[in-house]
Design a protein around this ligand. Sequence first.
Ligand code: SAM
Length: 433
Amino acid sequence: MQPGDHIELDITSVAHGGVFVGRHEGRVVFVPDAIPGERVRVQLTQTGEKSFWRGETVEVMDASAHRRPHVWRQADVEVPPERRPGGADFGHIALDHQRALKLEVLQDALQRMGGVDLPVRMVTIDGDDGSRWRTRVSLHVDDEGRVGPYAARSHRVIEVDDLPLATEAIARTAADVAPEAPGRIDLVEPADGRVRVLARPRHDKRVGKHDKGDEKRHRGPGATRRAAPAKRRNPAREVVVERVGSREFLVDAGGFWQVHRGAAAALTDLVRQTLPALDPDALHLDLYGGVGLFAATLGEAGASRIVSVESDARATEHAGENLAEWVGARAETGRVDRWLPQFREQAGERDLARLRSGVVVLDPPRSGAGGDVVRELVTLGPASIVYVACDPVALARDLTTFGEGGYAPASVTAVDLFPNSHHVEAVTLLTRV
Ligand SMILES: C[S@@+](CC[C@H](N)C(=O)[O-])C[C@H]1O[C@@H](n2cnc3c(N)ncnc32)[C@H](O)[C@@H]1O
């Protein structure tokens, strides 16, 4: 069969990455926009691989009871696949069932790849109906001046008449945004409710210079050099305030902050509940610390010696200020993979012993911590590790490496920070066995 051909498919399961699985004459076919239990008509898009094909769902012949009209009208299965915007790949599924499917993917990855057979529960953000949660949205401007999100699984810009996952204020601002040049436009609504529009034109030389600067500042490990002060002409560097309860965090408008309006608070609560009792004399680490969200959680839980490690110097600078109330807390710029071995070689026996009684909170990017970082952590031997993960497969892979080093998961809790998409966050407590 060729790309463009149509087949009928019984969908039997959900796979990692927001796709669903059926079989055609024994061969696995991955399709989006379906639900296990459905029979769908599929237009094939990739038939080159021996072991699996890919396709697009073009018609639902026998619908699941969990199907509902797509939360984003323009992403509905009634719309031709090439015109559906991306970013809400579970938007056609009832919210409860989305969560059940996410748990299934997480549990399956943990069991099959990580050898972990623990019950996983899911918590949700209070009052979340799955819409109007994104406080950060990226739109794209193409060479013809079209502005909008990318189409699903593509870099083609789709003009849309609403952004139902974005906050009301971002959706309103996006409707009026005037594209100046091809590239990206980030819309950010921090706690003050005022939307910042951050243009990142593709061909702007200033952007190139800025990126180079960022690269230099990422070069840690343990670099103590201060970042240059914010330049006024770069709105991405405006410093905004985010809030978790009554606590305030400074962050660059264009810097990393949790996307869902309730995510930072929900994750803080979950990490706090997951933390074991802290030894007040121990040393605790917040790795991939951003502006110090979990270092503050450690501080609030009674830690007195805390180091936050983050590769972005601007974020580290903010973390230093955000953690100022804890005299024993410090923020360092460095890549975790380089910072850890340097710490192991340079720290005195007393600090190494303190870390062995301490907790490491770990919140890496989607690719996970990776083998080198996990092996370093195992060598350092903290009493426990709280791993905050946004990719089930990367988590499962890292848990396998932790397992080889003598750490076992004691609990895994998922949290739905990305409703209407396949993404799922999980917080795992690992202890030495
Ligand atoms: C998922 S975010 C978590 C930030 C913070 N824990 C929070 O919740 O706000 C991951 C952070 O890791 C940083 N990062 C990425 N690669 C890194 C590396 N190799 N070493 C240190 N930090 C890194 C990013 O800049 C980003 O701030």
